[in-house]
Ligand binder design. Structure first.
Ligand SMILES: *[C@@H]1O[C@H](CO)[C@@H](O)[C@H](O)[C@H]1NC(C)=O
Ligand SMILES: *[C@@H]1O[C@H](CO)[C@@H](O)[C@H](O)[C@H]1NC(C)=O
Ligand SMILES: *[C@@H]1O[C@H](CO)[C@@H](O)[C@H](O)[C@H]1NC(C)=O
Ligand SMILES: [Zn+2]
Length: 489
């Protein structure tokens, strides 16, 4: 009789209650593909047209290429990258400029120092790293804008923040970073999602202009890098389980200068005076913002409106709705932007870049490129343009996580994905597996029950109850283990 009880013990302890949780977590781990989001800052949609780019071409053959994508306005780095990470237009995520500023103290922080102002980034929208971590995934980020900040008390757990005075063009350094992301983070540490940022070809585009040989040379460096990334992924055996999205924050256009070009100089516009301005953000490319002194708004506005044929002047609340750059308290009462090729100067020309971005996002030269490849993407498919707010819901879908509220929609990109398994795939694959386990376990359980009822019901009653309790404990313990695993790295 004792033997019989032990036999029942044994059967029950190997039944669903104890085994299902561990099956479930290994099942979900292996069924979801990993995702690498890469941004090459300022890579305009057509930069591959005047340069030989064998690796980008190969990637397009093996995956998906969009003709171009439409960035959010303002087409500058931190705001546009935060749109990729949140799926929100800039007026909705609040990172309205590369620069943090305080209109009372007149203090301004440049791009780099702004990366460390948590309250500037954490303005109500969660970047995808945090959402992924909250849902049990492991996320990492290397140099991507927003990486340094803390969001609702949480940072992306695996990260490398860009050093100060970093040389953005060093190809050796690029490869070391790629080795880190793919070899250490994806392969050894088993991360699910990583965002990876490169500061080129933006710098080359600014310095030499988008039509320069220097920019073309940098695009070749990007192309070699894309080849290196895919080779490294292959070397680590990750090709079949890692999706890659490569895109950028904005494009680039040539700044017009010389004889016939009448530059925009606010101080020279009749009726306008900086004496009427409490705080201004100009001399920053083609866009600017002004806070007039008390009672001066109308005067400033009337003076500037029509003050230059290539200058657009709006009261904040009159900004065209399509730009989604109006409804945020950080935006100043007057918003200025210039036509393509023009930059906004205050007192003197202080901007000597040959290339600029920050223009209207409808301008063709402001559009970035978009490429994707991996197990969940179609092959050799060219798709039409879409807005970059849609990248976020696409990434959440690929990772099998619930998105936060956002301004994009998976319907705008799901035609890029292989239809069958993957589209609803991750969960289905997992639940099919789970169903098999549960089914088998149920059969086992039923047999055990029959066994108990017909042979030893009366005798084994107490031990069975005890076993059920210990079974619950095991379940709880194994859930705890899973949590620990997720917080340890
Ligand atoms: C700007 O500075 C003032 C005065 O120090 C302070 O009261 C205010 O909170 C600051 N605003 C921001 C956005 O930091
Ligand atoms: C976003 O920032 C604005 C201005 O800096 C502030 O008034 C607002 O409360 C912030 N919102 C959130 C949700 O942090
Ligand atoms: C490029 O980066 C590598 C690795 O960080 C470094 O050893 C090398 O000196 C750098 N090259 C230049 C030209 O700065
Ligand atoms: Zn940029």
């Amino acid at each position: 009789m004792l033997l019989l009880c032990l036999a029942v013990f044994y059967l029950i302890s190997s039944s669903p209650c104890a085994s299902a949780p561990s099956w479930y977590s290994t099942g979900s781990r292996s069924a979801r593909n990993k995702l690498l989001l890469i941004s090459f800052d300022g890579f305009r949609w057509d930069y591959d047209r005047d340069v030989d780019t064998p690796n980008l071409d190969k990637m397009a053959q093996d995956g998906v290429k969009a003709i171009y994508v439409t960035p959010p306005f303002l087409t500058i780095t931190s705001p546009a990258h935060f749109t990729l990470l949140t799926g929100r237009y800039i007026e909705n995520h609040g990172v309205i400029h590369n620069m943090w500023f305080n209109t009372t103290t007149q203090e301004k922080k440049q791009y780099y120092m702004t990366q460390f102002v948590d309250s500037y980034w954490d303005n109500g929208s969660l970047p995808i790293w945090i959402t992924a971590q909250r849902q049990g995934l492991k996320a990492g980020s290397l140099h991507f804008p927003g990486t340094a900040a803390t969001y609702k008390g949480e940072t992306v757990r695996v990260r490398k923040v860009e050093p100060r005075f970093y040389d953005h063009s060093n190809e050796t350094d690029w490869r070391l970073n790629i080795n880190k992301v793919i070899g250490e983070w994806f392969h050894q540490q088993d991360l699910d999602f990583v965002s990876l940022y490169f500061g080129e070809p933006d710098s080359a585009g600014h310095k030499y202009g988008p039509d320069s040989p220097e920019r073309r040379k940098m695009v070749q460096q990007v192309d070699r890098t894309v080849g290196y990334i895919r080779d490294t992924i292959q070397d680590h055996g990750l090709t079949d389980q890692l999706n890659i999205i490569i895109t950028a924050d904005h494009g680039m256009t040539t700044v017009l200068r010389g004889g016939l070009v009448k530059e925009i100089m606010l101080s020279k516009i009749p009726g306008f005076s900086f004496k009427d301005i409490k705080f201004h953000l100009v001399d920053y490319g083609p866009a600017g913002m002004l806070l007039p002194k008390e009672g001066m708004l109308e005067k400033v506005y009337q003076a500037l409106k029509g003050g230059h044929p290539h200058l657009h002047v709006y009261k904040k609340e009159e900004m065209p709705a399509r730009l989604h750059y109006s409804n945020h308290p950080r935006l100043l009462p007057i918003i200025l932007f210039a036509d393509p090729g023009y930059v906004i100067n205050g007192f003197l020309p202080v901007q000597f870049h040959k290339g600029e971005h920050g223009f209207d996002n409808q301008v063709t030269d402001m559009k970035p490129f978009f490429r994707a490849v991996g197990p969940d993407f179609q092959k050799n498919q060219v798709v039409g343009p879409f807005e970059t707010v849609n990248v976020y819901p696409l990434m959440c879908h690929l990772l099998g996580i619930n998105p936060e509220i956002n301004d994009g929609h998976i319907d705008n990109t799901k035609h890029m994905l292989v239809p069958k398994k993957k589209a609803e795939g991750n969960n289905n694959k997992m639940s099919t597996r789970l169903q098999v386990v549960v089914g088998l376990s149920a059969v086992t359980g039923f047999l055990v029950l029959v066994f108990i009822v017909t042979t030893s019901y009366a005798l084994c009653k107490r031990p069975k109850i005890r076993e059920e309790n210990s079974c619950k404990l095991k379940h709880a313990a194994s859930e705890e283990n899973t949590d620990m695993e997720q917080t340890i790295f």
